[in-house]
Design a protein around this ligand. Structure first.
Ligand SMILES: *[C@@H]1O[C@H](CO)[C@@H](O)[C@H](O)[C@H]1NC(C)=O
Ligand SMILES: *[C@@H]1O[C@H](CO)[C@@H](O)[C@H](O)[C@H]1NC(C)=O
Length: 363
C-alpha cells in the first residue's frame, strides 16, 4: 500500500447499480464516480433544518449512537458514564493550547451526567431503533443496510490498523468478561476505526454530487492533506454514553489542529452542509455499541444484579485500560457511504486514502 500504514481494504458493493468499491488510491487514475446530477433546493432544506439544527445534529449523533431500548430514556434509565479522564498526563507541543483546553471542557461535558438528558432527548423523529439497524441471525448480529439516495461523503481521519486492532481486542476482552456476548454488542470494525472531521454531504442535508463534483471535492481535500501534518493523539478518556456507545475521546499532542483542518475543509468544500455534525475541536472514535444487557449472569460485576453498576464498572475498566493509548493519524479518508451509517455498519463504501503530507503550514 503506497501510504505504508493506512491500508484499508475496499469493500465490495453488492448489486450492480452502484460503482464498485475502488482500491483506495484508484481515484488517481479514475476520479469519476457515478453520482446523481439532480440539484436539490438546498436552501429550503437548510431552512427546514432551521433553529432546530443543533438538536437535529445531536439527534443524529444519537441516532448514530443508537439508543438501546433497555437503556430507555425515562427517569429510571441507566446513566452509565465514565467521567474519569486520564488527561493531565499528555505531553506535546499542542498540549495546553486553547483548543486543547476547549476539548477538555467539551469532553467533561460529554462525560458528566448533565449530558445524559440531551442524549435521551435526542430520540426525536430522526432517531432509529436498534431493531431498525440490526437483526440476529445464527447467534450473530447482522446489520440491516439502508441504501442512501445521495451518498454521504465524509472526511475522516483513519486510525492506524495496528493500534486499532489492539484497542479492539481490549474492548472485546473487557466487554466479554462482563458477560456481553455476540448479540449484545456491535463492535466497530477496527480496520475502519476513524475520527470524523467533515461532511461534504450528510443525510440530514444531502448534497448531491455528479462524478465531476466528487472529483473536484477530492482535489479540494487533497489540497488540505498536502499541507496538513500527521496528528499525534492520545486517548484522553473512554465514555459509555447513555445510549450505549463506547466512545473514545482523543487529545492532540502534536500535528495539525483538527479545528484548523475543519476550517480548511470548509473552505475547500464550499458546497458542504452549513451545519456539520460535530464540535469543531472534537476528536472521537466509536469503538462499540452495546445493544442489550449481558447474555449470561456469569459476567463479572453482576453480584448485585444491578445493570447500572455492571455498565459503570465495565465503562471504568475500558477507560482505565485504554486511556493514554497513543497513535499517529497520517491518513485522511474521503469516503462515499452508499448505505446509511456504512462506516459504522460495514456497509458499502468507496474510500479514497489521502496521506497527510505536511507541506507548507495551513494559513
Ligand atoms: C474555546 O473556548 C473559548 C472560551 O469558551 C471560546 O471563546 C473559543 O471560541 C473557543 N474556541 C474554539 C475553537 O472552540
Ligand atoms: C445478574 O444476576 C442476577 C442474579 O443471578 C440475574 O437474575 C440477572 O439476570 C443477571 N443480570 C445480568 C445482566 O446478567
Amino acid at each position: 500500500m503506497p501510504t505504508g500504514q493506512g491500508d484499508v481494504p475496499p469493500r465490495h458493493v453488492k448489486g450492480n447499480h452502484r460503482p464498485p468499491a475502488m482500491s483506495p488510491l484508484a481515484f488517481l487514475t479514475n476520479p469519476a464516480t457515478p453520482g446523481r446530477k439532480t440539484e436539490r433546493h438546498r436552501k429550503a432544506r437548510l431552512a427546514a433544518l432551521g433553529a432546530g439544527a443543533l438538536l437535529a445534529i445531536y439527534a443524529l449523533l444519537l441516532q448514530f449512537d443508537m439508543a438501546p431500548a433497555w437503556l430507555g430514556g425515562g427517569a429510571n434509565s441507566v446513566s452509565a458514564v465514565a467521567p474519569r479522564s486520564c488527561g493531565g498526563h499528555h505531553q506535546g507541543p499542542a498540549v495546553g493550547s486553547e483548543y486543547f483546553h476547549n476539548r477538555t471542557v467539551l469532553y467533561d461535558s460529554l462525560s458528566g451526567p448533565q449530558e445524559y438528558s440531551f442524549l435521551s432527548s435526542g430520540k426525536t423523529s430522526q432517531s432509529l431503533k436498534v431493531s431498525d439497524l440490526f437483526e440476529e441471525k445464527d447467534g450473530k448480529l447482522v446489520p440491516i443496510l439502508k441504501e442512501q439516495k445521495v451518498a454521504v461523503r465524509a472526511n475522516v481521519l483513519h486510525v492506524d490498523r495496528k493500534e486499532a486492532h489492539q484497542m479492539y481486542q481490549t474492548v472485546k476482552r473487557i466487554l466479554s468478561r462482563y458477560g456481553f456476548g455476540d448479540t449484545a454488542v456491535w463492535y466497530q470494525d477496527p480496520d475502519m476505526y476513524h475520527m470524523s472531521l467533515w461532511h461534504a454531504s450528510h443525510h440530514l442535508d444531502p448534497v448531491p454530487a455528479s462524478p465531476r463534483e466528487v472529483g473536484l471535492e477530492i482535489v479540494g481535500v487533497t489540497q488540505v492533506t498536502h499541507k496538513a501534518c500527521p496528528l499525534r493523539v492520545s486517548l484522553d478518556r473512554v465514555v459509555l454514553t447513555s445510549t450505549g456507545v463506547v466512545l473514545g475521546l482523543w487529545q492532540l499532542l502534536s500535528g495539525t489542529e483538527p479545528f484548523d483542518l475543519r476550517q480548511q475543509l470548509r473552505k475547500n468544500l464550499p458546497r458542504s452542509p452549513e451545519t456539520q455534525l460535530y464540535d469543531p475541536v472534537m476528536l472521537h472514535t466509536s469503538f462499540a455499541r452495546i445493544l442489550k444487557g449481558p447474555d449470561s449472569r456469569k459476567g463479572v460485576g453482576n453480584e448485585s444484579g444491578n445493570m447500572a453498576s455492571v455498565l459503570r464498572e465495565a465503562a471504568e475498566e475500558l477507560d482505565k485500560e485504554l486511556c493514554g493509548t497513543q497513535t499517529t493519524l497520517s491518513t485522511l479518508l474521503y469516503v462515499e457511504e452508499w448505505d446509511l451509517l456504512a462506516l459504522a455498519l460495514d456497509g458499502r463504501i468507496t474510500p479514497r486514502l489521502l496521506p497527510l503530507r505536511c507541506g507548507e503550514p495551513i494559513t
